[in-house]
Structures are given as structure tokens and as C-alpha cells.
Design a binder for this molecule. Structure first.
Ligand code: UDX
Length: 459
């Protein structure tokens, strides 16, 4: 790889480049599939790459292999326009695109808190090896600080001589359930390690959001990598903070929801991510704070290790707290008691059950001998695959029928809006509802005759 070859360089000002740079997206999970479809929506020619032929086949047919509101429409538009296609062949993508986004997963390593970087390494190495013209390789995956520099050195070693090949990091902040919005209208674009050439290319890629005033933050590689993990660490800390406060509320007879509302009026604090409850889960926050803990430990940054350890422990304790509440509501043992579980996804608007606090609680009660019936409006199938031994219902009514205790573990609108009088008629007499997301209208449920329990909810 050399510094520059003017003839083969992508020329942003050339009339032949009317559609802008060609884009590849490597990895088509929540992040990559959404990014690829969004790039096509913005008018670029895009190729998505995945090692899983079933995923590629589904996406090529305009089918999203997971639940993400708004994404199916975007995908179909992209595929039908001819601007968006998918392949399992990395060499095809390397030959096609000018800007390559690496969106593969960085799961937790088995037996360690550290991130497993094998997919990131394979993506950069595979791309570099097959490049046929100048290219900007852009990491989007969440990685431990230092990964970008290591990948840049590796790419330099592997890429064919005579090409201009550069690497930058452009972390992604999208939330599942709001992935389309967050990708098309990000609240900031952070780019680390880009040269002027790379900077220009990425400004072109993000021209539409930038034209509406989205801030573009150009920085170095380690800062860009750390922005992402720090954002997740801060969000996780906020949730564990309010959960710790909710324990104080329980002991003192205070109401954590009113308290959060009052705190939220302080613009320095803000109301978001102050919902006390079962805590955070999913494919990102838990493994990202553990990877940060691990990396901070390697770097000797011990304060952060201690802080993240506490955040993680408070979060995991919330699951035990809800199990204990269910045991208590059953008079000391859940053995052979019927428990209706409403919600399995780690949050509403997704079918994702990775590290789902809801499923963790449901499985914990099942293992203690309870007869658990779980219902989730979207995550029934994904739950069944993860925990085949649990029983799954197909409606709220089915889950609560004959229940001694009902647990609301994911705050889907269908549960928040359920009629407590109708549901109580289906349960065993004297049923308790444990609102582990503090999302139900407590007074209405009490008035309907339920024994209502929230977390940090004044009695
Ligand atoms: C998160 C980050 O928000 C996103 O920026 C990053 O790119 C990926 O990780 P996501 O995993 O989709 O996104 O979920 P998010 O909406 O952040 O919720 C995370 C978890 O926190 C959920 O389990 C949710 O139920 C929980 N949560 C959230 C709370 O317990 N209380 C709150 O107040 C907010």
C-alpha cells in the first residue's frame, strides 16, 4: 500500500461519480443490514456481505431475518431500486466498493470479559487481501481501544502495493428498535484516524444528515473507539445508578418514578435512561461494559474497572431482586406455582433476547420449580430457540390464565395498555402483579383488585 495513486483515486467531483462512492457493508446483523439499507436509501450503490448464506438469501429477497421496525420497507426499496445487493463473497465486495464499512459482531470471549475480535480481524484482512483499487476501510463495530491502530497496520501489510488504502473508525450508536431512524438521522458522526481524503469521502457518505446540522467530529483512532464504549458505559451507569436509588426508595417508602421525573427536569441530568427496573441487557451494553472493564484493566486504568464492576453487579442483582419478589409473593417458594411472564425481549420493539433480563428471570423461576408461561409479542421464536425448556403462550391472556403471580418484564405497549380487570378474572384468586419495568398504571391495577408491586414504587 502506498500513499496515493492519483489515477485510481476516487474523485468526488467527477461527473461520473454522480452517485458518490460505492459502498460495501461487511456483516449484516442489526447494525450492518440497517447501515446497508440506509446507504442505499441515501442513493449510493451498496453491496452487503455476510458469511451466512441463509442471511444473504433472505436479504436479497427483501426479507429482514429479525424484527426491526421500518427496516423491511427500507430494504425492499433498496433491493428493488437495484442499488442494494448482497453476497457471501468478500472479494466481490472488495472489487466493487470504494468505502467499506465493517459492521461485524464483537461478542464477549468465552471465559473472559474481553471482546472476541476474530470477525473484525477476518473482515479487515479479507478485504485488504482482495482490494483491486483505492479504498477506505471504515470500522463501525464496537471494539476495545487500540484495535483500529492494530487493524491499520495489518491492512498496510496485506493490501496490494500501489493502491491507496486507508483505515478510519466511525462508531455506530444505533439503538435496536430505532435503528432506521438512528442510522438515517444520527445525532453525531464521529470519525477517527481519517486523512483529508478519508474525511472527504465520509462527509460525502453522510452528506444528507450533515446538511441538516448533524455534528461531524473528526478525531484520532483511539478517541473515536473510546467515544462509543464511553457512551455505552455512561448509559449503563445511569441505569444502575437509578436502580441503586430504587433500592433506597424501597427501604424508605419513596417512589423512584416520581423521583426520576423530578431529576429529569435538571438539564444536566436529563430524564432518559433513568427508568428503574429490571436493568439493561441485549447484545451491546452488557458485553461492551465488560470489554471496557477488561481493556481498562490491561491499560492499568483501575478506577474505571471498579466503576464498571459495580455497574454490572447492580444490574445483575436486579434480576435476583425480581426473582426474590416473585418467591415472596408466592409465600416463600415458587415450587408448582403458576407464574405468567409478560415479555421476553431485552426491551420493547425488538425480538432480540441476547442477555435478556426477562428470559433470565423466567428461566430462574422455572429452575426453582415454578410453572412458567412466557408471552412476548415478537420474541416468541427467538426465546424458544434460546430457552426451549420454557413454555410459551401466544397471548397475554394465555400467559396469565391460572397464574398466582404475573411478572411484567418487558414494557411492550400491549402490556401497559392491558385491562387489569379482564386479566384478573383469568388468574387464581389474590394474584400479584410484579411490574419489573415500573411501566403499568399502578393505581388502575390496584383498583382492579391486584396486589401490585413495582421496584422502588411507594406502597
Ligand atoms: C445500546 C445503546 O443505546 C446504543 O447507542 C448502542 O449503539 C448499542 O447499545 P440497545 O442495546 O439497542 O442500544 O438498547 P438501549 O435502548 O440502549 O437499552 C439497553 C437496555 O437498557 C435495555 O435492556 C433497556 O430495557 C434498558 N434500560 C434502558 C433501562 O433499564 N432503563 C432505562 O431507563 C433505559
Amino acid at each position: 500500500m502506498t500513499e496515493q495513486t492519483a489515477q485510481t483515486e476516487f474523485d468526488a467531483t467527477s461527473p461520473d461519480s454522480a452517485r458518490g462512492p460505492r459502498i460495501s457493508v461487511v456483516g449484516t446483523g442489526y447494525l450492518g443490514a440497517t447501515h446497508a439499507a440506509a446507504m442505499a436509501e441515501l442513493g449510493f450503490d451498496v453491496i452487503g456481505v455476510d458469511v451466512d448464506p441463509a442471511k444473504v438469501e433472505a436479504l436479497s429477497a427483501g426479507k429482514v431475518p429479525f424484527y426491526e421496525p421500518g427496516l423491511p420497507e427500507l430494504l425492499v426499496r433498496g433491493v428493488e431500486s437495484g442499488r442494494l445487493r448482497f453476497t457471501t463473497d468478500l472479494a466481490e465486495a472488495a472489487a466493487f466498493a470504494d468505502v467499506h464499512f465493517v459492521c461485524v459482531g464483537t461478542p464477549q470471549r468465552p471465559g473472559s470479559n474481553g471482546a472476541d475480535l476474530r470477525y473484525v480481524e477476518a473482515a479487515f484482512e479479507g478485504l485488504a487481501q482482495h482490494l483491486t483499487h483505492d479504498a477506505l476501510l471504515v470500522g463501525k463495530s464496537t471494539v476495545p481501544v487500540g484495535t483500529g491502530a492494530r487493524m491499520a497496520a495489518r491492512v498496510r501489510e496485506i493490501a496490494p502495493a500501489g493502491l491507496r488504502v486507508e483505515l478510519a473508525w466511525n462508531p455506530e450508536f444505533l439503538r435496536e428498535g430505532k435503528a432506521v431512524h438512528d442510522t438515517l438521522s444520527p445525532d453525531r458522526v464521529v470519525v477517527g484516524g481519517a486523512s483529508q481524503w478519508g474525511d472527504d469521502l465520509l462527509r460525502q457518505v453522510y452528506a444528507r444528515p450533515l446538511s441538516t446540522g448533524t455534528p461531524f467530529i473528526a478525531t484520532d483512532l483511539p478517541t473515536a473507539e473510546l467515544v462509543k464504549v464511553s457512551a455505552n458505559a455512561f448509559l449503563a451507569t445511569k441505569i444502575s445508578f437509578i436502580n441503586a436509588i430504587s433500592q433506597v426508595c424501597d427501604k424508605a417508602g419513596a417512589d423512584v418514578t416520581v423521583l426520576s421525573d423530578a431529576l429529569g427536569h435538571d438539564v444536566r441530568i436529563g430524564r432518559q435512561f433513568l427508568n428503574a427496573g429490571l436493568g439493561f441487557g441485549g447484545g451491546c451494553l452488557p458485553k461492551d461494559i465488560r470489554a471496557l472493564m477488561h481493556r481498562a484493566g490491561e491499560l492499568g486504568a483501575d478506577s474505571l474497572v471498579a466503576l464498571m464492576q459495580d455497574v454490572d453487579e447492580i444490574n445483575m442483582w436486579q434480576r435476583q431482586r425480581v426473582i426474590d419478589m416473585a418467591v415472596q409473593a408466592c409465600g416463600g417458594s415458587v415450587l408448582n406455582r403458576r407464574i405468567g411472564v409478560l415479555g421476553a425481549a431485552f426491551k420493547p420493539d425488538t425480538d432480540d433476547v441476547r442477555d435478556s433480563p426477562a428470559l433470565n428471570v423466567a428461566a430462574g423461576l422455572h429452575l426453582r420449580g415454578a410453572q412458567v408461561v412466557v408471552y412476548d409479542p415478537e420474541a416468541g421464536e427467538t426465546s424458544r430457540r434460546m430457552f426451549p425448556t420454557l413454555t410459551y403462550g401466544t397471548s397475554t391472556e394465555e400467559a396469565v390464565t391460572d397464574a398466582d403471580v404475573v411478572l411484567v418484564l418487558t414494557e411492550w405497549p400491549v402490556f401497559r395498555q392491558a385491562d387489569p380487570t379482564q386479566l384478573l378474572a383469568l388468574t387464581r384468586p389474590g394474584a400479584t402483579v410484579i411490574d419489573a419495568r415500573n411501566c403499568l398504571p399502578a393505581d388502575a391495577w390496584r383498583q382492579a383488585g391486584w396486589t401490585y408491586r413495582g421496584l422502588g414504587a411507594a406502597r
